[in-house]
Design a protein around this ligand. Sequence first.
Ligand code: NDP
Length: 612
Amino acid sequence: MPRRKFADEEVVMGRWPGSVLYYEVQVTSYDDRAHLYTVKYKDGTELQLKESDMRSMSSFRFRKSSSSSGSPSRRSGSRSRSGSRSRSPGRPAKHRRRSSSQSREPKNEKNMIGEPNLIPLKLNENNTHQFNGEPDITEVNYSSHNILERQRIESERARERILERYSLHPRKEEKRTEEMYSEERILEKPKPVVKVCMKTEELEFGGKIGAFLMIFLLPGTVFYLLLMCTQKDPSVLNFPPSLPALESLWETRVFGVFLLWFFLQALFYLLPIGKLVEGTPLLNGMRLEYRINGFYAFILTAATVGISLYFEMEFSYIYDHFLQFAVCATVFSVVLSIYLYARSLRASEQELSPGGNSGNIFYDFFMGRELNPRIRNFDLKYFCELRPGLIGWVVINLAMLLTEMKVQHLNMPSLSMILVNSFQLLYVVDALWNEEAILTTMDIIHDGFGFMLAFGDLVWVPFLYSLQAFYLVKHPNELSWLSASAIVALNILGYCIFRGANSQKNIFRRNPKDPKVAYLKVIPTATGKNLLVSGWWGLVRHPNYLGDIIMALAWSLPCGINHILPYFYVIYFTGLLIHREARDERQCKKKYGLAWEKYCQRVPYRIFPYIY
Ligand code: NDP
């Protein structure tokens, strides 16, 4: 058995893959089978390196830059800007050597054979509009700007090659890189880096006990709020209403209607209409395919609802059996979660989610153990995220609107009900129209499919997000045109921020050179992905959450200010997004290290400008 040369925790010099630059890294572990070291760069980036790409510290000779204080923040070197003299695939070897010899730095004999070239560079920070969030790295003292620029281009190319190798590119970028480096590929076949899902160490939602309690707390909250909404005086200061008899909560016919709805949506999902797109790379380097046809499913659902109305189907049935529907959906989501947990026990390590692999049955059941459970090509999580619950929410709202007219003897729905229905319809249609964007969200990339998402998608969203419409049926609120106009303006403002921010990021992630976003300032990161630091993402660190919260407020205001119940959504949602922001922040810090910290310095507010 070959012996390993470097020990865990040892600080050595590791070659940045694809370039000739070496950086200080710390060995974190060693894979005996693959003979690969896992090393951590100073900025937190973790990569696997071969022993041949690592050197002991003593084999290097360092030269301090005259201006450098030795403190990482004072140095200005950047992996992308300092021009790593990488083995640029498009350049013959002699050119590369010449470039190296152009350096005024005397050669280090130990590093002659294309190995570590640690040459100090002093970059003029004023020359660059880019904020440098890069890890502290080797500096090079090229005096000529041209050389610097050429080095930067070479470095950029080397970086792209690395990213391709580690499958970190959005698809379009990958295609471009493929063309650029197809020649090199013949000579050097990159080996896919297969990672396994680590045990979940950092537990969320109050850990094991918190997750266990949530399994009961979430359904409890839904039923409490729905029951309160049916009261004549829905003040939360009142004593909670007594629980209805258990047998009155279950009706097999209602369950039949629920199943019919669920499988109708599944049928629409399976229709071979709409484009197929690939998701982000998984741990094994593969990408899953997803059918983008949510909007078509919505159109087909609208047609089905239209036909049902034409044949005078009573939509008030949904209102009359609302609690029973919620019970059916809850039972269904519990059964689904048990199935998901059971099947996850047979899943391979690579198929597990990074957040739901703690080893505790309740925690993993709640968080979701398997990342992308699929029955053949049917992706259960992706389907539940946008279809039965989200489209169901709109149908429930419509049912409430029709019931209001019936109960209140109106010829047309109230202005409040029209506003609530229109705002939420816009939100759902927007989500379905931009369905592809969900593939880069935390729910799809990070969270497993367990009780949290199954219950959230199938019960929480359709039955609680429609609370305002449900409330208005029995608690009408007269709205003046002036108030209505102000609420509409608020919703438009929220929507513009929400859509503007989400689109800006999505376009940027797909193609950073797109003219719509190319003018924006960015912070480069060690992963090759840049972080936007101007535009919406320069206002606060989560402008999309800000827009979402403003809209949530606009959805509650039509219900008046007599009771807090219809404001449940905006209160809960603000809490949810603050918590979600903290989760995302932790993940981004891990992913981007120093670059993320620089971003936080540049954009100090998280969601609310000058407040939070
Ligand atoms: P985001 O869309 O905000 O995505 C967060 C990711 O964006 C980060 O992990 C990072 O990923 C990337 N990112 C962060 N900062 C920057 C930056 N400066 N420049 C470029 N990329 C950056 O997260 P969510 O999935 O939570 O939200 C998506 C939408 O869904 C939001 O509008 C949210 O309000 C909404 N939402 C609605 C819910 C509801 O129930 N109605 C529930 C949850 C969310 P990377 O760098 O890897 O790309």
